[in-house]
Structures are given as structure tokens and as C-alpha cells.
Design a protein around this ligand. Structure first.
Ligand code: SF4
Ligand code: SF4
Length: 209
């Protein structure tokens, strides 16, 4: 047996019925956000721009292991590790991240990289304003991603806290830079040693990188 057609609104009501949704929406509270004049606070665990963290004395937590790069589904991270030396030390252990880049033209802010990081060197901030009109500007370098210096920190490179080892850093035994800690010369970045000339004036001494 053929199904009976459903009852529809009388023909003259059809043009008006179409506006029902419009009229209902007119009296609802507006949800328009006045961005960028008024910025909304993000959720505490919002996935925003990354940050490379430091130990409490200013040395870097990244050990250049590349696990974050391998975990990234968008191939957005590039890492090159290198060996620390006593004269130029960036992290407490053997290795550090010499080159670190995140390409925000690729990154989908999924957070898999921070899960993969064994030292909690990599975390995410709440900063979300990452748009740019240039692809080159969207590749953030280590210098841009590295956390700033808090009280008690000395910028890397510098020597390890005397009498401690790498494990002590992870046990939380190092809480600030040792008194008298000074930043070393970053020879690998092209910085030059300063040495006093016989005349007493300081002059640059070129050092092989
Ligand atoms: S947040 Fe996701 S996409 Fe972005 S760099 Fe990390 S793993 Fe890759
Ligand atoms: S951020 Fe973490 S996972 Fe990535 S290279 Fe550094 S230590 Fe390894």
C-alpha cells in the first residue's frame, strides 16, 4: 500500500516559516568575539606555541635526542644535536640541541612531540597568535623557542654546578646557578674570545669554530 503524504504547512505560510530560525536567532545572546581588541583567556592546558625549557641554573633541558622530531606526524620539527664541552656547555649531560626549529606552517599543535620528550625540555605555552604572511617567519628557531631567564639563572653556555652531575639536575638538587657562574664564549656560534693586548686594550682573538 502506498504511503500517505505527510501534512505540510498551508501554502501561504511557507514564505514566513522560512524565517523562523532567523527570528529566533535575533533574540539570542550574541557570541561574537571582539578579537583582537579583546582577547579571550585560553584554557590552562591549551596547546599553543612551544617552549624549550631550562634547568634552574639556566642550562638547557634539551639533549638533542630528536625524539620529538620522530614523534611529529607533520614533520614540523628539525633537530641537530651536538656534544657539550667543558669550555662550551649548554646542558648538564653529554649532548645538547645545537639546532632546533619548529615549522608552524606545518605544525597542527597536536602535542605528540611534548609527550615524546624524555626530559620535559619541550612544553607548550598558551600563545596562539602564530599567523604570518611569510613562510620563513613561521619557522621558529631555537633562540625564539628557548625560555627566558628567571631569577638565579645564567644564560647558557656555562659550566655545570660544581660537585653535581647530570642526574642531580633531574633529581632537583640544583636550584640555581652556583655563585660566580659566568656565561662561556659560544665559539660554535662564531663568538670570539676577548683577550687583553699588551697596550691594555681588549682585542678580539679569532677562534676556530
Ligand atoms: S604539536 Fe604536533 S604537529 Fe606540532 S610539532 Fe608537535 S608533534 Fe608536530
Ligand atoms: S626537545 Fe626533548 S625530545 Fe626534542 S630533541 Fe630536545 S630532549 Fe629530545
Amino acid at each position: 500500500m502506498a504511503e500517505e503524504p505527510k501534512e505540510t504547512a498551508p501554502g501561504f505560510q511557507n514564505p514566513v516559516a522560512g524565517f523562523a530560525v532567523t527570528f529566533k536567532a535575533m533574540f539570542k545572546k550574541r557570541l561574537t568575539e571582539q578579537y583582537p581588541e579583546q582577547k579571550k583567556t585560553t584554557a590552562p592546558r591549551f596547546h599553543g606555541r612551544h617552549q624549550l625549557n631550562r634547568h634552574p641554573d639556566g642550562l638547557e633541558k634539551c639533549v638533542g635526542c630528536e625524539l620529538c622530531a620522530w614523534a611529529c606526524p607533520a614533520d614540523a620539527i628539525y633537530v641537530e644535536g651536538a656534544d657539550n664541552t667543558d669550555e662550551e656547555r649548554y646542558s648538564p649531560g653529554e649532548r645538547y640541541g645545537r639546532v632546533y626549529q619548529i615549522n608552524y606552517a606545518r605544525c597542527i599543535l597536536c602535542g605528540l612531540c611534548i609527550e615524546a620528550c624524555p626530559t620535559r625540555a619541550l612544553t607548550m605555552t598558551n600563545e596562539f597568535e602564530l599567523a604570518d604572511s611569510s613562510r620563513a617567519n613561521l619557522i621558529y628557531t631555537k633562540e625564539q623557542l628557548l625560555a627566558g631567564l628567571d631569577e638565579g639563572m645564567v644564560d647558557s653556555p656555562h659550566s655545570i654546578f660544581p660537585g653535581t652531575d647530570e642526574q642531580d639536575y633531574y633529581r632537583g638538587l640544583v636550584t640555581e646557578a652556583a655563585p660566580g657562574t659566568v656565561r662561556q664564549v659560544a665559539v660554535s656560534k662564531g663568538e670570539l674570545h676577548q683577550s687583553a693586548s699588551p697596550s691594555g686594550a681588549a682585542e678580539d682573538e679569532g677562534v676556530e669554530a
